[in-house]
Design a protein around this ligand. Structure first.
Ligand code: SF4
Length: 429
């Protein structure tokens, strides 16, 4: 039996001019699904991540195809799904967009999986083998104990910055207006610390990437995890919210456990915009404090900013760039406020008649898909372009890195990657 797993390409990180590799870490979705395939099926498995490799699907004859997708590349998922179904090959579709838009997704699949798939995916495969595949599966009480190790051996390991990715914490209890994670209503869960530690040991790598979207809400859990990571003597990178700066012990343990870099959703330098996004735990004062505390501990910062909230006018772009230069954000990243389907933001803008398109290809955070309030769509697009280009001018890279002074070799390389991206930003949209 042959099972094909596919993750469609994402424009933002695709290989091409300026990129020798996919400018990201190996995702865990497909490798985790592969690890869940019941042994008794004795399956041969293949993973295609279109961000890393191209594939002539016509030359493949799998028995079943399993696809995932977020909103920005879901139309590509549908295209691949439809082509296999025309050939009589069954398709199972899962992932975030499917969870958000099940009625749409089911038109392109024999079966859809909503939410976490640890129990439902193996069940779907057994049902399919028995000729009893159901139209939809949803796990109402997911369990995060005993998750098998992802099948990283199935990845094209040379396509990524690293394949040593893991996840300890799932979901987020916060409710930022724009966030798909809160829109999936998938709760907040974590794996047993001992299992995460065993997985890190099995990776046998000095650098590990955590993909947890919101790891520090359960402070006792994450402190225990960091404590148990200290003897492993690894470096790690991951995500965090700004709340980390409110807890001195947590900051200390993150540092001691080997934290080398954090991706932080600063989102905005405008207090009004932060409030509008329901990101009340962020503030400008906290931004400054956080950057200072992380840099003091030699922790690099990938800072994410979003433009286009109802409080943003044309001044926001320069203010944000000035903030990045002044504070020395190691690796700034800019996106457009994007109303992903079923989020609070989407529902509000829809009610206000401000959604300009539901062509999901445009929902990649680099296109304007709604009518902004205090500027035109064109001004928002131009402002985004300006922020990318300005922050990644050589003189401004040097200015930021001179201020940050964290992991200079690694950060210089990462900045050059983003410099290429920003130079051709319009092409990647
Ligand atoms: S804190 Fe982050 S993960 Fe949580 S809802 Fe807000 S944006 Fe989403």
């Amino acid at each position: 039996m042959d099972i094909l797993f596919v993750m469609p390409r994402l424009g933002l990180y695709k290989k091409g001019r300026g990129f020798r590799k996919n400018l990201t870490y190996a995702p865990l979705t497909l490798t985790t699904l592969a690890s869940l395939v019941p042994k008794e099926l004795n399956a041969r498995m293949r993973i295609i991540d279109e961000g890393v490799e191209e594939c002539d699907y016509e030359s493949l004859n799998p028995d079943i195809v399993c696809l995932t997708g977020i909103t920005g590349h879901i139309l590509r998922s549908y295209e691949i799904a439809d082509s296999f179904r025309r050939r009589g090959i069954k398709v199972i579709l899962g992932g975030v967009h499917t969870t958000l838009m099940p009625e749409e997704a089911k038109q392109h699949a024999d079966s859809i999986i909503l939410g976490h798939a640890y129990k439902t995916f193996p069940q779907a495969l057994i049902d399919w083998k028995n000729g009893e595949l159901k139209e939809r599966y949803k796990d109402e009480s997911p369990c995060f104990e005993g998750i098998p190790l992802p099948r990283r051996d199935l990845l094209n390991r040379h396509g990524y910055i690293s394949i040593n990715t893991t996840q300890a914490v799932f979901g987020c209890p916060c409710s930022c207006e724009f966030c798909v994670i809160s829109a999936t209503k998938s709760g907040y869960h974590h794996r047993p610390v001992s299992e995460v530690i065993e997985e890190i040991k099995a990776l046998n790598s000095k650098l590990v990437f955590f993909l947890d979207p919101s790891p520090i809400e359960d402070k006792e859990y994450v402190k225990e995890l960091y404590r148990q990571m200290i003897p492993l003597r690894i470096s790690w990178m991951g995500l965090s919210t700004s709340k980390i700066v409110d807890d001195e012990e947590l900051l200390h343990l993150a540092h001691k456990s080997g934290c080398a870099g954090l991706l932080i959703g600063f989102e905005s330098v405008s207090e009004k915009s932060l409030k509008r996004m329901n990101k009340n735990f962020n503030s400008l004062e906290k931004h400054y404090r956080l950057i200072q505390e992380l840099h003091k501990r030699n922790i690099s910062i990938m800072g994410c900013f979003v433009f286009g909230s109802d409080e943003d006018d044309k001044t926001v772009f320069k203010e944000t760039v000035d903030f990045c230069l002044k504070t020395g954000i190691d690796l700034p990243r800019f996106t457009v406020y994007t109303p992903f389907p079923t989020t609070t933001l989407f529902n509000r803008l829809k009610d206000e008649g401000r959604i300009l398109t539901t062509n999901w290809v445009k929902y990649n955070c680099q296109n304007v898909v709604f009518q902004p309030k205090k500027m035109t769509a064109k001004e928002l697009e131009d402002g985004l372009e300006y922020a990318w280009k300005e922050c990644y001018k050589t003189k401004n890279i040097l200015k930021r890195l001179a201020k940050a002074r964290t992991r200079l070799l690694c950060m210089t390389i990462a900045n050059l990657g983003y410099k290429f991206y920003s130079r051709d930003h319009a092409k990647y949209k």
